[in-house]
Design a binder for this molecule. Sequence first.
Ligand code: CO8
Length: 258
Amino acid sequence: MQYLEYTVENAVGTLTINRPQALNALNSEMVAELTTLLKEIAGSNLRCLILTGAGEKAFVAGADIGEMKDFNPSEAEAFSAEGNLVMELLEGLPMPVIAAVNGFALGGGCELALSCDIRICADNAVFALPEVGLGILPGYGGVQRLVRTVGLARAKELAYTTRKVKAEEALAIGLANQVVPAASLMEKALEMAQKIAANAPFGVRAVKQVADASVGLPLNKATRLETKVFGQCFATQDQKEGMAAFLEKRKPAPYTGK
Ligand code: CO8
């Protein structure tokens, strides 16, 4: 892979977008690499994924403006469709995904971070949707996901104005889950990922499934899904071990995902 680095340690994956000379701007090759890698990760037994950008300056500074500038409408639509597939693959991964946001998360970079379950930000993080200032709209699902994350009025304001949101404001409006010093970003992201990875994998994936179902399903359908998945937990060895350990006043043995 030319633009991605991927490592796995103790069932926690770290995917680094690696094009720091262009502030990790997303081009077609990178989108194709992400599509392939995310499909592989979806079928793996990874317990948590961290997504970040190489260098100290940017998570991802958006889609590649140089590549987009001469698109005709159908090329632009295809570029948007391929990018949207990446966002859907990321969002649809069965395991939690943490965006470790270092510096700029602009345009497509903000949209990428919004497709993750959790955003931990360095204190130098800056989010924005600059697209209308470039004559386009956020075409990677950014408006949809920003509405769901910070509410309709705030999302509209940010997309209409292109205003930059710094880390502390991102935390205050629920765009960021946590703000940490830039130097300890990866350490803090890893700490959270390891905490997630230590829990029963079926339970963690079940939480993601039912939490995401809350977006599209009416409450009674979502709770019915929850009931079904709750039952399925009782077919796992991890549930037997977790409950036995509680009653025997001991720590559970490491969860196996079985
Ligand atoms: N695309 C291409 N190259 C970029 C991008 C980008 N989005 N962002 C930065 N770069 C490049 C610069 O051109 C520069 O390259 P070079 O050294 O060859 O001149 C290098 O990265 C470093 O950038 P700067 O010199 O500009 O660094 P500064 O510290 O001065 O500024 C900024 C940093 C503020 C982040 C500035 O680079 C910037 O404003 N970048 C563009 C941000 C932006 O507008 N992003 C949104 C792009 S549009 C988008 O993402 C749409 C997604 C939906 C697509 C739907 C499909 C149609």
